[in-house]
Design a binder for this molecule. Structure first.
Ligand code: ZN
Length: 140
């Protein structure tokens, strides 16, 4: 399984099991899983969405969006509980307008699951924790 480092974004190969959680980046030596969503930008997005083999779950959000704020703890909790099956990343649509435009984000929050560059699932609007986990389990 190829994963991108959350810190330096270089690619690492790992066993696809629980041991992956202890993996460290061959380049910067930091932990490959940090139990928290990454801040995705147009500079690091491709490494995590296209090159890594781990499904990437993205939360497109904005600071003025109330539902985004209430969903944020659910998303963080998912990152803490569901790694190494998924990578979780957040895209601030105000700062990353190029990515928001590229994926035609019209309502926020919008949730997407990417597998090696392809969108395999898309959801407009936040979900309660249980429904979110159920939705994710279909796209492992
Ligand atoms: Zn690294």
């Amino acid at each position: 399984m190829i994963v991108a480092c959350p810190y330096c974004h270089s690619l690492n190969r790992l066993p696809a099991d629980k041991q992956a959680l202890d993996g460290r980046c061959g380049k910067c030596k930091q932990a490959l899983f940090c139990g928290a969503p990454l801040e995705l930008t147009s500079a690091n997005f491709a490494a995590h969405a296209n090159k890594a083999e781990l499904p990437l779950v993205v939360d497109f959000w904005a600071s003025w969006c109330g539902p985004c704020k209430s969903f944020a703890p659910v998303f963080s909790q998912a990152a803490a509980e569901l790694e190494p099956h998924f990578r979780f990343g957040k895209i601030n649509t105000e700062q990353q307008q190029q990515l928001a435009a590229q994926f035609a984000i019209r309502s926020i929050p919008t949730l997407m699951v990417f597998k090696q560059g392809k969108i395999v699932a898309q959801q407009a609007g936040a979900l309660p924790k249980q429904a979110f986990y159920q939705w994710l389990s279909q796209h492992k």
